[in-house]
Design a protein around this ligand. Structure first.
Ligand code: ADP
Length: 543
């Protein structure tokens, strides 16, 4: 017997069409570099997005070609989210926080043909322009200033294109729509390519009531950068439901975010713990009658806030709940689209105490539908879900990557039976709540951005005075984690921290990636197999 259902491919284009048809008067607000707000309707956004698609086709962009973005969060970036796939191409978001030579390498690896860049980010582009030659560089005049000579003006390009006559490029639901690079523990970053199918399924699942709980009447504030795992996929959901969007642009300072929140009163926001930590400290300080900003800000009671990318401390959840704002923790990776687990109050928790609710809210949460999750112990067996036994989280599902772009599938990342090895270690309890306990991948996550310990170690060991170096993450209230470098000098040699940091900057580390602390020791502890024994170092330097 055959199914009687239509074989219509899942497609982002149908979300775009729906928004144009149903939500044309809803608003998309973007904050510009000069802090003024610019407002578009979904109707305008729809027309501009289709014009972008038409313009890309006219430039000769073909199915499967990569079009990169180097942009802050704003309406034009959202146009790219839908306009690039509508043209049959693949949106490749470049991470502006990476070192310029890394961005250049990534653009080359993805073979990006076109770059769409904010004018305010042109200084960054110029630092990697020699490493990868784009055929076209299209500049969005985010600052409102004229686009510099020699570049294509984004607004002029789409203004001249015939969006109304645009015809979607035929596609299969498994065709790619977007790609995003993840930081490599060792070696180069690797590309994850999302399809129409994976993106639509992820959007549908994540939008469910217990997770994002998206409603058309929501006002969504995405603080998570749009170059981070597609802004956790929220822009797709917002367009699907036509929710009002409020984009913060480049202004992520707590005071700026509080001004925007007070003005636009979002009902749903998203960002890493560092953002919310800074925000609540600034807000609470201003509650004192003698504070210069006393009375300036109002937090929207009832707002939900999606927080993830790093562990969310229980104290942060409690601090926001004092103001009627609930932090909903999620766990995931660029590889998982990214939402894989969410900590929501399951029915079994209906009558538990508030202490128990907070405790669970501080866990990574329960796997979402379509995500299979297992814990693999060192012995290769599945660890039981008893809240105690630990193992590596392995996941499988239709919005989880099964390989990396242009890289042979390796045992280090994927199991022989087809599960993604996440490099996160956890215990799962009887209710299915995942509690992350450790990370096997040698990376430090600071303010939601990765720092590779291995890269720092290699660069430090290239210093003439250094014999050995091991870098570990130490917990940090503001940044979640910060790097600490343990250094052994060669006999009779030494160097001071400023000199080591200057040396690292010459090795192209950004300032925020430098170790906060150096510990000079006689020898590094080693494991039986001769590797640096980081567990021991973490015991020695717990904070
Ligand atoms: P994202 O852009 O979602 O942060 P990344 O791929 O950069 O995705 O990072 C994924 C990694 O971040 C996870 O493997 C895990 O180590 C860490 N992470 C994400 N969410 C959490 C969380 N809620 N608790 C602890 N660690 C987390």
């Amino acid at each position: 017997m055959h199914t009687t259902m239509m074989d219509v491919p899942l497609s982002l284009n149908s979300l775009l069409e729906r928004a144009g048809q149903l939500f044309s008067s809803n608003e998309i607000v973007s904050r510009r570099p000069d802090k003024t707000l610019v407002r578009h309707t979904y109707g305008e956004w729809y027309r501009r997005t289709r014009s972008l698609a038409a313009a890309l086709k006219a430039l000769g962009i073909e199915k499967g070609d990569r079009v990169a973005t180097l942009c802050w969060n704003h309406h034009a970036h959202l146009e790219c989210y839908f306009g690039i796939p509508a043209a049959g191409a693949v949106m490749h978001t470049l991470n502006i926080r990476l070192a310029p030579d890394e961005i250049g390498w990534i653009a080359g690896d993805a073979r990006d043909r076109v770059l769409i860049v904010d004018d305010v980010l042109l200084p960054l582009y110029r630092q990697f322009a020699d490493l990868h030659r784009f055929e076209h560089v299209i500049v969005y005049a985010f600052s409102g200033q004229p686009v510099p000579e020699g570049f294509t003006d984004y607004d002029a390009l789409i203004g001249a294109a015939d969006g109304a006559a645009f015809r979607y490029v035929d596609h299969a639901e498994t065709d790619p729509v977007a790609m995003c690079y993840t930081s490599g523990t060792t070696g180069r970053p690797k590309g994850v390519a999302y399809s129409h199918r994976s993106t639509v399924l992820h959007t549908l699942v994540a939008s469910l009531g217990d997770f994002w709980g998206l409603k058309g009447s929501d006002v969504v504030l995405p603080v998570t950068p749009m170059f981070h795992a597609n802004c956790w996929g929220v822009p797709y959901g917002a367009v699907m439901m036509g929710t009002k969007l409020v984009f913060p642009g480049p202004h992520l300072h707590p005071e700026d975010l509080l001004d925007l929140i007070t003005a636009e009163q979002p009902t749903l926001s998203l960002g890493v713990p560092t953002i919310w930590m800074g925000l609540i400290q600034t807000f609470d300080a201003a509650l004192q009658a003698d504070h210069p900003h006393y009375g300036r800000w109002k937090l929207p009671r009832g707002m939900r806030s999606l927080v993830g990318g790093a562990a969310v401390p229980e104290s942060l959840i409690r601090a926001f709940d004092q103001h009627g704002i609930w932090l909903l923790q999620g766990w995931g990776m660029t590889e998982t689209s990214p939402l894989a687990t969410v900590s929501y109050p399951k029915a079994e928790l209906r009558n538990v105490s508030m202490d128990e609710r907070y405790r669970r809210a501080a866990m990574a949460g329960v796997p979402v539908p379509l995500v299979d999750l297992r814990l693999r112990g060192d012995d290769g067996q599945d660890a039981p879900w008893n809240g105690q036994a630990m193992g590596e989280i392995q996941v499988r599902g239709p919005f989880i990557t099964g390989s990396y772009h242009g890289v042979p599938v390796s045992e280090e990342k994927f199991t022989a039976d087809g599960w993604l090895r996440t490099g996160d270690v956890a215990a799962v309890d009887e209710l299915g709540f995942v509690r992350i306990t450790d990370r096997t991948k040698d990376l430090i996550k600071s303010g939601g951005e990765w720092i590779s310990s291995v890269d720092l170690e290699n660069a430090l060991m290239a210093h003439p005075a250094v014999a050995e170096a091991a870098v570990i993450a130490i917990p940090d209230e503001k940044w979640s984690e910060r790097p600490l470098a343990c250094v052994v000098f060669k006999k009779g040699q030494s160097a001071q921290p400023p000199e080591l940091s200057a040396h690292l900057m010459r090795h192209h580390f950004a300032k925020w990636q430098l170790p906060d602390r150096y510990e000079f020791i006689d020898a590094l502890p080693r494991t039986a197999t001769g590797k640096f024994w980081k567990l021991k170092l973490r015991e020695l330097y717990p904070h």
